[in-house]
Design a protein around this ligand. Structure first.
Ligand SMILES: [Zn+2]
Length: 58
């Protein structure tokens, strides 16, 4: 499904698509992405070297 001239950035055509984060519209011309449901915003947790305290018990 394509929404013609619906891009807020360049006035291009939005292509309705989606991924695991939810549906979104992406402009065919400029690639601008418009999220449809910004409900689930997952913050990527960067795990550095995990400190294993108290792991000396054997
Ligand atoms: Zn655009």
């Amino acid at each position: 499904m394509i929404l013609f001239k619906a891009c807020p950035r360049c006035g291009g055509d939005l292509h309705v698509s989606g991924d695991i984060y939810g549906p979104y519209n992406q402009c065919v011309q400029c690639g601008h992405v418009v999220d449809l449901k910004p409900a689930m915003v997952t913050v990527p947790v960067k795990t550095k070297a995990p400190s294993r305290r108290g792991s000396q018990a054997a």
